[in-house]
Ligand binder design. Structure first.
Ligand code: DAH
Length: 356
C-alpha cells in the first residue's frame, strides 16, 4: 500500500475513533466514501493512469475501500450499541415503585345509605320502586287518605306548582315518598314488597331542615300480613343498618292518615353521648303502620283479601345518626373537603351484618 493510501487509512480510522456520535460518524463516512469523498476522488483519478499502474493502484484502492467500508460499518455498530446502552441507562425505571395515587371519586353518604338499604331490604326480598318528584295532589294526599282540609297538608308545607296535570289535578313537589305506594299498587297486582328511596320536598328551611331531602318508603302487601311482620321486618332492618345486633327497638302508638294502626319506631341511644344502643334514652327514627283499608281500596286492592304494612323514614337523619355527623347543611353544599371526610369508597362493597 502506498504511503498516501496508508495515511488515508490511518486518518480515517483515527477520525472514526474520534467520532463519538452517529452525526460525527456520518461526516467521516461522507468525507471518505461519499460522492466527493477522498477515496472516491482517488478512484476517479484511476482513469488518468497508465494501464499497468492503474491495475496495481486499482487493486490497492479496492482493498482499501473494503477495509474502510468494514471500519465504517464496525464503528456504526459500536456507536449504535453505545447509544442503546446509554438510552437503557437513562430510561431505567424501578418497577417495584408503588403507583402514583390516582384521584378517585367518593360516594355521597346519602347514596351510600340508599345502597345499604337496597342491600338489606334486597336480602329480605324487597324490590325497588320509583316515582316522579313532581306529583299530583291525589297521589301525594288524597289516595293516601289525607283529605283536602286535613291538617297534614299544612303540616307538610307543600310546594304547589302552577297549573294542573293532564288529569286535571293540582301538581305538587312530592312531600314524601308515600305517593309511590299508590303508584305501585295501581301498577302491579299484589303480592308487593318494595322500598322507595327518593327525593322529597317541603317548604321548610333551617339548621335541621332542608327544602329538598330524601326518604325511603317501604310497602308490603300480601295475604295475612300482620303487625308481627311489620315489627320483625323493621327490627331486623334497624339492627342490620346500624350494625348493632342488640339495638333496642320500641314501637309507639301514633297516627298517620294512611295507616291504621300507626306506630312510630324508636331506637335506644344515649342522649348525652349520642351513642346508639343502650343508654336508656329513646330516639324516634321512623313512621310505620298497617296500610289503611281505604288506601288499599283507593288503589284498587280489596282490603278483605289483602293486607299490608308500610313505613317511611328520613335518609339524612339515619345517615347522620349512623356516622355521627353533626350538621345537615353540608349534605348539599358539594364541599369536596366534606365529601373526602364523609364519602365512601365506591369499590367497598356494602357488607350485610349477621342476622339478615
Ligand atoms: N310519609 C310519612 C312522612 O313523610 C312517613 C310515613 C309514616 C310513611 C308511616 C309510611 C308510614 O309509609 O306507614 O312523615
Amino acid at each position: 500500500m502506498t504511503d498516501d493510501l496508508s495515511r488515508l487509512k490511518a486518518e480515517t480510522e483515527a477520525a472514526l475513533a474520534a467520532a463519538t456520535d452517529l452525526r460525527a460518524w456520518d461526516a467521516v463516512r461522507v468525507g471518505v466514501l461519499g460522492k466527493n469523498g477522498r477515496l472516491t476522488g482517488l478512484l476517479k483519478e484511476l482513469g488518468k493512469l497508465a494501464p499497468d499502474e492503474r491495475r496495481e493502484r486499482g487493486a490497492a484502492l479496492n482493498l482499501l475501500r473494503d477495509a474502510l467500508n468494514g471500519a465504517v460499518e464496525a464503528r456504526k455498530q459500536a456507536l449504535e450499541a453505545a447509544e442503546m446502552e446509554a438510552r437503557l441507562g437513562r430510561e431505567r425505571m424501578d418497577v417495584t415503585l408503588p403507583p402514583r395515587p390516582r384521584p378517585t371519586g367518593l360516594i355521597h353518604p346519602i347514596s351510600r345509605t340508599m345502597e345499604e338499604m337496597a342491600a338489606i331490604f334486597g336480602a329480605m326480598g324487597f324490590g325497588i320502586a320509583e316515582g316522579p318528584d313532581v306529583e299530583d295532589d291525589w297521589r301525594n294526599f288524597g289516595a293516601l287518605n289525607i283529605p283536602a282540609h286535613h291538617p297534614a297538608r299544612q303540616d307538610m308545607d307543600t310546594f304547589y306548582l302552577p297549573g294542573t296535570d293532564d288529569e286535571g289535578r293540582q301538581r305538587v313537589l312530592r312531600t314524601h315518598t308515600s305517593p309511590v305506594q299508590v303508584r305501585t299498587m295501581l301498577n302491579q297486582p299484589p303480592p308487593i314488597r318494595v322500598i322507595v328511596p327518593g327525593r322529597t320536598y317541603r317548604a321548610d328551611h333551617d339548621a335541621t331542615h332542608s327544602p329538598m331531602f330524601h326518604q325511603v318508603e317501604g310497602l308490603v302487601i300480601d295475604r295475612d300480613i300482620t303487625l308481627g311482620h311489620l315489627k320483625g321486618c323493621l327490627i331486623d332492618f334497624l339492627r342490620a343498618f346500624f350494625g348493632i345486633t342488640n339495638l333496642p327497638v320500641r314501637f309507639r302508638s301514633s297516627y298517620f292518615p294512611f295507616t291504621e294502626p300507626s306506630m312510630e319506631v324508636d331506637i335506644g341511644w344515649n342522649r348525652k353521648t349520642g351513642e346508639l344502643g343502650g343508654g336508656g334514652d329513646w330516639l324516634e327514627i321512623l313512621g310505620s303502620g298497617m296500610v289503611h283499608p281505604k288506601v288499599l281500596a283507593n288503589c284498587g286492592i280489596d282490603p278483605r283479601e289483602w293486607q299490608g304494612f308500610a313505613f317511611g323514614m328520613g335518609i339524612e337523619r339515619v345517615t347522620m345518626l349512623k356516622h355521627g355527623m353533626p350538621d345537615l347543611r353540608p349534605f348539599y353544599e358539594s364541599d369536596i373537603r366534606w365529601l373526602r371526610h364523609y364519602g365512601f369508597n365506591p369499590l367497598a362493597p356494602v357488607m350485610l351484618h349477621e342476622g339478615v
